[in-house]
Design a protein around this ligand. Structure first.
Ligand SMILES: [Zn+2]
Length: 235
């Protein structure tokens, strides 16, 4: 992780960035790396009883709060609808991720793994878009219209996935998560030094934490779940 100077994280919903990656994002920012979150939706269906537009505005503000707390750049959004990512025009969606890569020129990309960890179809979709964008952003023949906007091809050096090793899911009895073998983890990040910052970023997502099983759990369980983050490099 120490060699990462700039990182673009591509997620589906506000709060995707914090639980399993917030520690690394803030540690990178602390050592001077540029870190962005590109969020495909505003999580408009994530607040029961609130109309999507209103909920989306609240959750956008919550993600802005989390990014500020983590010390990373303000979030960017792709304006897609929560829950509908598998149905969108994929070439267009990938093109928007490519555009962000060509503009920001990050050294590394981060997203969900192909399983989405929770299996959420939106997570699975952004994982696929990001992998395609990682490949296409470097190719001048893809999305040539970006050149009219002064954007040039860019090859990021690495694509990382957030992963959950099997032993962690077993220890936490979170059998619903899609896991990877422990030996498939490329690197782990101990984020206990930034525990307070990560918890503050989680609390930014106020609309999402009322019924959070992890925040209601014992501190021991919270530490087990949140104080180490696991990443796998996509080869
Ligand atoms: Zn999500």
């Amino acid at each position: 992780m120490n060699e990462i100077q700039s990182l673009l994280a591509v997620f589906a919903h506000p709060d995707d960035e914090t639980y399993r990656a917030g520690g690394m994002l803030t540690l990178l920012a602390q050592k001077g790396a540029r870190v962005w979150v590109l969020c495909a939706t505003r999580g408009e269906w994530g607040i029961p009883k609130l109309p999507p537009k209103e909920a989306g505005e609240i959750r956008q503000a919550e993600l802005e709060c989390a990014c500020r707390t983590l010390g990373i750049k303000p979030p960017r959004f792709l304006d897609y609808r929560d829950g509908a990512l598998p149905q969108v025009n994929e070439d267009e969606a990938v093109g928007q991720v490519v555009q962000a890569i060509r503009e920001l020129r990050p050294q590394a990309l981060l997203t969900w793994p192909p399983s989405g960890v929770s299996g959420h179809p939106d997570h699975v979709a952004v994982s696929r878009w990001t992998e395609k964008a990682f490949q296409r952003a470097a190719n001048p023949r893809t999305y040539p219209e970006h050149q009219d906007e002064g954007l040039h091809p860019h090859a990021a050096e690495a694509l990382y996935h957030i992963v959950v090793p099997r032993s962690l899911a077993e220890a936490l009895k979170m059998h619903h998560l899609h896991t990877v073998l422990d030996e498939a983890v490329t690197f782990t990040v101990d984020v206990s030094a930034v525990w307070d910052t990560k918890m503050a970023a989680i609390r930014c997502h106020r609309s999402q934490i009322a019924n959070s099983p992890i925040l209601d759990a014992s501190e021991e369980k919270q530490r087990l779940f949140l104080s180490t983050e696991y990443y796998q490099e996509k080869i």
